[in-house]
Write a new protein. Structure first.
Length: 479
């Protein structure tokens, strides 16, 4: 029996393990970068708190210090919201403390006014543009408390403002019109809202406001980190990459074994003894091997990524399915008899069981006294289920022989251990049945595709993460 399926599957398992390791490394790097974004964002809020902590150092009288507080809050919170997204400064404070501009962002100069009431704030805008004509230009804008901006925006849209008298509404409309005449820009173009309401920057309210912003940033950070984890969950892109690499391994193994087979037949590649027909056979063999490798890597990736199994275990299981498929073909073509089929099949599945259980030992506790029995039971059950699924009709003699062997394995075990093996058998029955259909080369490609979807569902893969038809696969691969 050819060892190529095992070599292909185990080689593909190594490729998948490397793919997953790289994926996890990228995830860890992005999570670390996001932690850096969060740290920078919280420090921006702390900078505001530190700047306004000693009000005696703030410019102006007590009645107007909230305006200076507003400048710091606008700069710090705006920057924090940029930092948490991984961007640079949103705003930088103007170097001139008493100059016409409070802060600059995106090439725009901003002057902030925070008066008690929208009308007074508009008055300050009009005074400022008269004193500093450059504020009539589009690259100079005014900022005002968010709640006042929203009120004036509604008024500008001719919506009734219930909290204002008719007289107040008329006055504010007139002042907005004057601002438009002075700057050549409509209210919504010339004026921008701050990140705070007027009340938020008052002495007793600013610290709670900043604490709330910190909480919001922390919540955003958690969402972003979860998004990073979700984005780095193994998906179809990695599956395609693993399958392509696995196909390369499969093709190389089959080509090498094909050349070796030809050498054993007396025709050596090094001596130029291969005929055109020999090369055709090697080409067909190599293409077949590439297909098996691609299937193996894809299936291993699904087992490892979605079922939480180690790559060596997944590789062992898939290699058993591929090996048994080859043996079934040999048996049905008369190359081996039933005794040889069972002997080779047990060896094929026993190898898979040993490799698999060695990997599982790191994932689940296996009682040492029954390791040997579990290997034998798993190998026998795998062979029986995989072969039975691939025979055109159930072989009575084969079923009887396997049942007898299984009983022999269990004979020396306590009932508690038998129950554990029964659980393992039931799981392998379901898993092997699905896997054998996915690897049954006698089925057409469409039926194998359906079987692969069923196998993914068995392992708990979400429906939205499976490609369910060739059309969907074509759309995914070309999108």
């Amino acid at each position: 029996m050819s060892r190529a399926p095992h070599v292909i599957a185990q080689g593909a398992a190594a490729i998948v393990a490397d793919q997953l390791e790289r994926l996890q490394a990228r995830c860890a790097a992005e999570l670390a970068a996001q932690d850096g974004n969060f740290d920078k964002a919280t420090k921006a809020i702390d900078w505001v708190k530190e700047a306004i902590a000693d009000r005696s150092k703030l410019q102006g009288g007590e009645a107007t210090k909230h305006g200076v507080v507003g400048e710091y809050v606008q700069i710090g919170v705006s920057n924090a919201m940029k930092y948490i997204d991984g961007f640079g400064d949103a705003l930088t404070k103007s170097a001139a403390a008493n100059g016409p501009t409070d802060y600059i962002g995106g090439g725009i100069n901003h002057q902030q006014k925070c008066c008690n009431g929208a009308r007074k704030t508009l008055d300050e805008f009009l005074k400022h543009v008269k004193k500093y004509p450059e504020y009539s230009r589009p690259d100079h804008k005014f900022d005002m408390p968010k709640d006042q901006f929203e009120q004036l925006g509604r008024l500008d849209a001719r919506e009734p403002i219930g909290e204002w008298s008719a007289r107040t509404q008329r006055i504010n409309l007139r002042k907005m019109s004057e601002l438009k005449e002075a700057t050549g820009q409509a209210f919504g173009e010339k004026v921008e809202p701050t990140v705070f309401d007027y009340a938020d920057i008052q002495r007793e309210r600013v610290d709670p406001f900043l604490d709330k912003k910190k909480e919001e940033i922390a919540a955003i950070n958690q969402v972003k980190k979860q998004g990073i984890r979700d984005d780095h969950q193994p998906g179809w892109a990695e599956l395609g990459s693993a399958a392509a690499a696995g196909a390369a391994v499969g093709g190389a193994v089959k080509l090498a074994s094909g050349i070796w087979r030809k050498a054993k037949e007396g025709r050596n590649l090094l001596y130029g003894e291969l005929t055109l027909e020999d090369w055709r056979e090697l080409g067909i063999d190599t293409a077949t091997g590439a297909a098996e490798g691609g299937i193996a890597a894809g299936a291993i990736f699904a087992l490892t990524a979605q079922a939480g199994l180690a790559a060596p275990f997944a590789g062992a299981f898939v290699s058993s399915a591929m090996g048994v498929a080859t043996l079934v073909g040999d048996y049905q073509s008369g190359k081996i008899d039933m005794d040889q089929f069972i002997e080779l099949g047990m060896l094929t599945c026993c190898e898979g069981a040993v490799v698999g259980l060695a990997a599982v030992a790191g994932q689940a506790l296996i009682p040492i006294p029954i390791v040997g029995a579990m290997i034998g039971s798993a190998a026998g059950r795998l062979l029986f289920t995989l072969a039975q699924e691939q025979f055109n009709e159930v072989e009575t003699a084969f079923a009887a022989r396997m049942a007898k062997m299984h009983e022999y394995v269990l004979a020396g075990l306590d009932q508690a251990y038998r129950n554990l093996i029964d659980q393992l058998d039931r799981y392998f029955d379901d898993l092997a049945a699905l896997t054998s259909r996915a690897f049954n080369l006698e089925l057409n490609a469409e039926l194998r595709f359906v079987a692969s979807v069923q196998l993914a569902q068995f392992h708990g893969v979400a429906p939205g993460k499976t490609v369910r038809s060739r059309d969907e696969l074509d759309i995914y691969m070309t999108s």
